[in-house]
Design a binder for this molecule. Sequence first.
Ligand code: NAP
Ligand code: GLV
Length: 309
Amino acid sequence: MKIVFHATGGRPEPWLADLAASIPGADVRAWQEGDTAPADYAVVWQPPRAMLSGRTDLKAIFNLGAGVDGIMALGDALPAGVPVVRLDDAGMGVQMAEYVSHAVLRYFRRFDEYAMQQQAGQWRFLKPHDKLSFTVGILGLGILGSRIAQSLRDFGFPLHGWSRSPKEVAGVTCHAGEEGLDAFLAASRVLVCILPLTEETRGILNRATLEKLPQGAYLVNVARGAHLVEEDLLALVQSGHIAGATLDVFREEPLPPAHPFWREPRITITPHAAAVTLRGDSVRQIAGKIAQLQRGEAIAGVVDPQKGY
Ligand code: NAP
Ligand code: GLV
């Protein structure tokens, strides 16, 4: 069995070694410009167009991330009929739960305001927020959104969630589709975005939707930068409608030094670090799925090209 590998921005050697060690009989190679030699599987992150174009010999393309917006943007350069497979959690769920719980607790317990008071040398007790009205709304109730909900539920936050199809998640008031969005937004004191980036969700965090949040709401975006209309958020933070935002993803990454977000103290910036791809977990998951495919079994995590995730 032949596996071709390419991950933009990373060293291939440890991946090649781990894939070879985990998949019996696998001949694993790093893709080089001009490599059109036969392959059964591709394992990729942000592959160049030339790597996959016309490769109908592949049985599957494994994407080394949960988000497939980058690879789906290759469009016609993706070989027709070859399934694209995303990572299902693979250790990212708990990282997302840590990141979002930290952000929600920081706002709920007013640690952001205490940090500003410390800068000013102020000792002043701040009255705690009322938990029953500190509702967290999670945009996206898939693998990562449900794991975030699980952790926030343990802290006792009232939770709302929004997905494309109707769902039942314990402890979460679920809303679905366009018709469910306004009620979801009106209930969300903290809005967490963990949606895939598709043509339907691009720009979903804009002035019109953010204005539907209660006055003094918070935003946590751990999905993709293109979900957010950045100038709309900035205006709403400056007007006070949005009290603060924690952003892990941006339209342009790295965030350019001149970007106004750097100078807005109510916006917290992290460098696309909310949940990273873990090599051990990812290789184990991909090796397991290749074994299933070799036995002719169906696998989880196959992207629906119509939905784009
Ligand atoms: P997932 O399991 O596919 O879940 C996606 C959820 O979004 C589902 O609940 C889906 O609804 C909902 N959804 C999609 N389109 C929708 C629409 N138009 N309207 C309403 N709901 C919609 O994805 P995941 O594994 O949780 O990952 C989510 C995203 O997180 C990834 O795509 C990636 O962009 C991002 N991510 C970021 C980082 C980071 O470090 N910042 C790391 C990993 C992932 P249905 O359930 O009805 O289909
Ligand atoms: C990271 O952003 C991912 O999509 O896995």
